[in-house]
Ligand binder design. Structure first.
Ligand code: DUC
Ligand code: ZN
Ligand code: ZN
Length: 473
């Protein structure tokens, strides 16, 4: 047996495929042994009575992004990844937003300099293409894919980000040639703008009307259009943050025709509904739940659960996109509470720390999904989809020792007081969960123990990625 420097003993290992009681031996941050008894390691962690899971991989987070109206995000890379490890994650995948007129490479370097030395998790970036110039399509994207940035996100809405159909097709075409994966924000811009103008003219400006403006019909239409473009260009795509039954039907329709359409959903679509946007009495408290696409209704929640069970959804990410509700003085103009219409409320809610507890509690503890399916959705599948597997997302010999120890009996009431994110609220205030991460281990180092973040300097690394093993097997 290979000598180990750390042993995790006596826990129940859960993978995407099975569960069994075993010890894990780790050397130099890598798993080198899985057996009934790892002996001789100078350091041991007793995991008796706990689940031993591959560390959470949150494949959809927004950190320290500039916004079109200058509103400051509530998390930088330090606070966002601190919150991530507290929630049992070992890798997060933030976005690099291309500013129109600026090269993607320049934007990427800026995000790298913000992340460098500040991350408590490992980090790997997706690229948002907002300005697909011939230079970006012909030179930058191919070079960036070869450098290990193997996924791009495109938007079908927001005036400063939206791509027209010709531009979408051009990006899809590059993705196919370079074997990259395209992530699509599928909401139809014109339909949303039409609805927004109509609602405002009727004096309907409360946050609740965000949910009416961003109708599920607009999401369904855009999902179908994205799928059609993917079919025309023969490229695998990921429809991100799918909110309900209507877009799911489009994804199932495409899969039925043999297309490679992958799908992501998020905690807000199982734990919130559009009624949360009403706040206390159609007031601005509702702004705490404004995200895009918005939460839907009980029927859509049922559809999402069915999709989490039957494989319609491949991954479950947070879409962590944190803002301040009542910003501190030095960022006062970022105060969301003071906005005059839903139109001015930034679209996004915090959730990187609560993603795993919400899915475990509502899913595994309530008997809707198995623990193995939980691991697949939150760790193994994101790693496979985005080219990180098997170094990440697996408990196996040779994998990074990224491990979360999970107490499946621990009951916790979610509350702003116990969370580590930069936002001044959680949309899940008061939600009781059963199942909680008690220790997060990144490449063999404990980075979170019982809610306390380890004192050592951030150890997170940037990860270059291979092509998607699901998209391009
Ligand atoms: N899309 C995201 O992916 N996150 C937040 C807002 C948005 O529109
Ligand atoms: Zn989006
Ligand atoms: Zn997002």
């Amino acid at each position: 047996m290979t000598a180990c420097d750390l042993a995790i003993r006596g826990g129940t290992i859960v993978t995407a495929a099975d569960r069994f009681v075993a010890d894990i031996g780790i050397r130099d941050g890598v798993i080198v042994e899985i057996s009934r008894a790892v002996t001789g390691a100078p350091q041991e962690i007793d995991a008796t009575g706990l689940l031993v899971l591959p560390g959470g991989i949150d494949a959809h987070v927004h950190l320290d992004q500039p916004t079109s109206d200058g509103t400051k995000m509530a998390d930088d890379f330090a606070s966002g990844t601190r919150s991530a490890v507290a929630g049992g994650n070992t890798t997060v995948m933030p976005f690099v937003m291309q500013i129109k007129g600026t090269s993607l490479r320049t934007c990427l370097e800026e995000y790298h300099s913000k992340a460098e030395g500040n991350c408590f998790t490992d980090v790997s970036f997706h690229l948002v293409v907002s300005d697909p110039t011939p230079q970006v399509l012909g030179q930058e994207l191919p070079a960036l894919v070869r450098d290990g940035y193997t996924s791009f996100k495109v938007f079908m809405t927001y005036d400063d980000l939206v791509l027209n159909d010709h531009e979408l097709l051009s990006v899809f075409d590059v993705a196919r040639r370079e074997q990259a994966l395209v992530m699509v924000h599928a909401e139809g811009n014109d339909a949303i703008k039409y609805m927004t103008t109509k609602l405002e003219a009727e004096g309907k400006t409360a946050p609740y009307y965000h949910a009416e403006a961003h109708a599920q019909i607009a999401e369904r239409e855009a999902t179908h259009r994205a799928i059609s473009h993917a079919q025309l260009t023969d490229v695998p795509v990921v429809i991100v943050h799918v909110s309900g039954r209507d877009p799911m039907e489009q994804i199932q329709w495409a899969r039925g025709r043999g297309m490679k359409v992958f799908a992501e959903t998020c905690p807000q679509y199982i734990a919130l509904t559009k009624d949360d946007l009403k706040g206390l009495n159609m007031d601005f408290e509702g702004a705490k739940y404004v995200c895009s696409p918005p939460p839907r209704d009980a029927d859509s929640q049922r559809a999402i659960w069915q999709g989490l069970r039957d494989g319609t959804f491949d991954i479950f990410s947070s879409d962590h996109c944190p803002f301040y509700f009542e910003a501190p003085d030095d960022v006062g103009k970022n105060n969301v509470k003071a906005r005059t219409s839903f139109k001015w409320v930034p679209n996004g809610i915090p959730g990187v720390e609560t993603r795993l507890p919400i899915l475990f509690s509502e899913g595994v503890s309530k008997g809707r999904i198995s623990a193995e399916r939980f691991v697949a959705l939150t760790s193994s599948n994101p790693a496979k989809l985005y080219g990180l597997y098997p170094a990440k997302g697996a408990i196996a010999i040779g994998a990074d020792a990224d491990i979360t120890l999970w107490d499946d009996q621990r009951r916790v009431t979610l509350s702003q007081d116990i969370l580590h994110h930069g936002s001044d609220y959680t949309p899940y205030e008061g939600l009781e969960v059963t199942g909680w991460p008690v220790r997060t281990i990144l490449r063999g180092q404990t980075v979170m123990l019982d809610g306390e973040i380890a004192q050592q300097a951030p150890q997170g690394r940037h990860l270059k990625r291979a092509k998607s093993s699901l998209g391009y097997p």
